[in-house]
Design a binder for this molecule. Sequence first.
Ligand code: ZN
Length: 323
Amino acid sequence: MKKPKSQVLEALRNASVDEAKAVAFLEAQRWGDAPCCPHCGDLDVYPMMTGEKRNKDYRWRCKGCKAMFTVRTKSVLEETRLPLRVWVYAIWKAASSKKGIAALQLSRECEITHKSALFVLRRLRHGLTEENPQKLTGTVEVDEVYIGGRPRYVSRSNMGTYADYKTPVVGIVQRGGDVRFRVMPRVTAETLGHFVAENADRSCRLITDDSKAYKTVGLAFEGGHKFTRHKHRQYVKPGTDIHSNTIEGVFSLLQRGVMGTFHSVSRKHLPNYLNEFQFRWNTRKLNDDERVTRVVKSLVGKRLEYRESVENPPYSEAAGVEF
Ligand SMILES: [Zn+2]
C-alpha cells in the first residue's frame, strides 16, 4: 500500500524557499483557522493588504485594540529581521534530525552568516524549554554523564579526574516516559537530591548505579531504591528489571550529537543544547509533522532578547548556576 503523502512535509518544503509560503505556514501552525490578536486575544482581525497582495511585512490589524501584529509578535521569532523561510528551514531540520543540526550547516544551506545561524538555533532551543513540567512517576532511572573532550597538551598524570575537565550532566528518565537533564557544577548527594526531588514523584521506584551519592537520595522514595553494581561490571541485576540502560541510551544519543554534530559545546551554552535533546527524546513517539507543530507552538509566548542572552547565559558559574 502506498504511504499517504504528508501535507506538512510538502508545506515545509515550499515554505523553506518562499517567504510568502513561510509566513502562511507559520500562521497556520500558530493559529490554525482562527488567527487571534497576540495583544488582546481578539479574534476580529484582518490581514493588511497592498492592492491584491498582503502588505510587505505580512502584518495583521486587530479591530479590537487597533494594534498591528505579525506571526512573529510575542514569540522568539520577533528578535530578528531574518526571513521567516530561514526560521522554517531551521525548525524543520532541528525537529527532524535525530542528532540536531550544526549552525555551520544551517549557514551554508540558507546562505546566512554563521553568527545568524547560531542566533536562530540559540532561540529555537530557548523556545523548546518545557514550562511547568510534570513530575515523573513509576520507575525512574538516574545517572550522570561527563560531556567534553580531554584537555590538550596535558600529561595524563596532570589531568585530574573527569570532573576537573569535563562538565557533569545529570539525567533522569521515566521508563517509557520523559527525560530531564541538568548541568551541575559539582555532583554531590545534596545537588543530586535537589534535582531528583524536583523532577520525580515520591511514589517512584528509583534505579541508579552504586555511586555513594545516591544512597541518601534514594531514602526519600516510597517505591524504594535499587541499584546495579557498575564497579563489578554488573549492568542488569540477573533475573530482574533492575538496570539503568534507558538513561544510558538517552546519554548515548546526547553524546553522539555533541561529538558528531556540534563537535564542541561550551559549558556556558550546554543547557541550551540539552533543551534540544530533551525535547527530541520527549517527542520521540511523534512523527515529524507533529513534532514541527509542537516546536512552532512552543516558540510562542517566549522571548530571548539579545542583551538578555548575552548577560544571562543559560549557565554561569559565578551566578551560582541554575538549580
Ligand atoms: Zn487586539
